[in-house]
Design a protein around this ligand. Sequence first.
Ligand SMILES: Nc1ncnc2c1ncn2[C@@H]1O[C@H](COP(=O)(O)OP(=O)(O)O)[C@@H](O)[C@H]1O
Ligand SMILES: N[C@@H](CC(=O)OP(=O)(O)O)C(=O)O
Length: 421
Amino acid sequence: MKVFKFGGASLTGIDQIRNVAGIIRPFSGTELVVVVSAIGQTTNELEKVAIHYYRRQRETAARLLQNIKQSHLEIAEALLRDPEHAAIECMRRFFTEAEWRLGEKPYLPFDYYYDQLVSLGELLSSIIVSAYLKDEGIGNEWLDVRSVLRTDATYRDAQVDWPYSSQQMTEKVLPLLRQHGLLLTQGFIGSTAEGHTTTLGREGSDYTAALFTNMLNAESLTIWKDVEGLKNADPKLFADTISIREINYREVIEMAYYGARVIHPKTIKPLQNKKIPLYVKCFLDPELPGTVIHEGDHSRQLPPLIVLKQKQVLLTITSRDFSFITEDKISDIYDIFHGLNIHINLTQNGAISFSCCIEHDGEKIERLIKTLHRDFSVNYHEGLELLTIRHYQPELLESFTAGRTLLLEQRAPQTVQFVLK
Ligand SMILES: Nc1ncnc2c1ncn2[C@@H]1O[C@H](COP(=O)(O)OP(=O)(O)O)[C@@H](O)[C@H]1O
Ligand SMILES: N[C@@H](CC(=O)OP(=O)(O)O)C(=O)O
C-alpha cells in the first residue's frame, strides 16, 4: 500500500487535475490513499473570507466566497461535463452551509470560525478529484478525513489524537482500502470529538499524508510537487540550485525546522518513526527520479543546504537596570512568547540582553512589545532575512553576506545563521 499527496500547486485547474489523474491511473486497482490539498491558492482566499466575516464585513466575505464558488464550479463542470452531477450537488451543499455560516454573528474566538470556513478548500478539491477519477474509470472512494482523524480543539493548530485516529485507521480505513483499492481524502483538516472541524496548521497536508502512512503502515509516501525533487535551496529564491537524489530524515527535519518551505516540519517524524521512505516527485514530469528521504548517513555527500526566511524581525530585549539576563528572566521572556504563540527562529544571549529573530506579524509584535515593556526595554529591526546554511563551506560564506548589513551571526561546525538587512 502506498500514500500519495497532491498539493495545491498540482491542482490549479482543469489541465492540472487531468494530469493528476494521469499520475494516479497506473496505480488503479492497487491499494492507494490519495491525500489532496485545496486547489491552488484557495486556502489564502478562504482566509480572507474568514477575516472579513469576523470583522462583520459580511458583504465582502460573501463576495469573496462567491468568487471561490464560481471558480470551483467552473472547474467541476468542465471536468465532469454534467451540471447535475451528484458531486456538483454536494459542492453546492457545502457552499450553502458556508453562506449560511456567514449570516451568523460570531460569538466564539476567531480561530474556531477560521477552521470551519477554511476547511472548505480541501473538501471541495477532494470531491472534484474523486468524481473526475470515477468518471475516467479510476474507481475510488471519497473519505471524509474528519470521520477518522480526531484532534483536540486547538483550532488552527490542532493536535492529533493518535490512539483514536490509529484505531480508526485500522477499523475503518483499512477495510475501505481493501474494498475499494483507492481512497481519496483531504489533507490539513480533522475533527474534534464533538464533530467540530479543525485544521492542522498551514501547509499541513503533507503532515496528514504522513499520518496516514504511519498509521496504515504503508510502504511509502510520495509527495508530488512542482519541483524535480528536493533541492539544496528554494529554486524560486536562488539560482543554480542542486537537486538532491537521496537524503536522510535528519537533514530534512533540520531544513524544515530552519524554515525550508518545501515539506511541512511535522511530516518527517511519523515516517522516521516507522522507517518509511518519503519520495518527493515532480508532477510536471513523473519520469524524473525525484528525491528519496530515508534512514542512512548521506550528509557527507550533501551540498550546502540553504534556507532563507524573509520578513524577519530582530528583537533585542534588555534589562533596564543593568541586571544580568539570567535563567529566571529568560524563562519569563519565553513564557511571554509562548503565551502569545510566537515562535522564535533564533536566539542569542548577552550579559544584559537577549536577542531573538521572529516572523513579522504586525498585530502580534505590537502585543509582544507592549508585554515585554513592563520589565525590559526593547529594540527592534524589521525587514530582515534569516539565512541558514548547513554543511557550509567557510570560503564561500562571504558571497552570501557581501553588500549586506550583518546584524547577527551564529556559527557551529555544521550550521551557520545570519540575520541580514
Ligand atoms: N529546498 C527546496 N527544494 C525544492 N523546493 C523548495 C525548496 N525550498 C522551498 N521550495 C519550494 O517548494 C515549492 C513546492 O512546495 P509547495 O508550493 O508548498 O507545494 P504544494 O502546494 O504542492 O504543497 C517549490 O515550488 C519551491 O519553490
Ligand atoms: N491548503 C492548505 C494545506 C496545504 O498543505 O496546502 P499545500 O499542500 O498546497 O501546501 C494550505 O494552503 O495551507
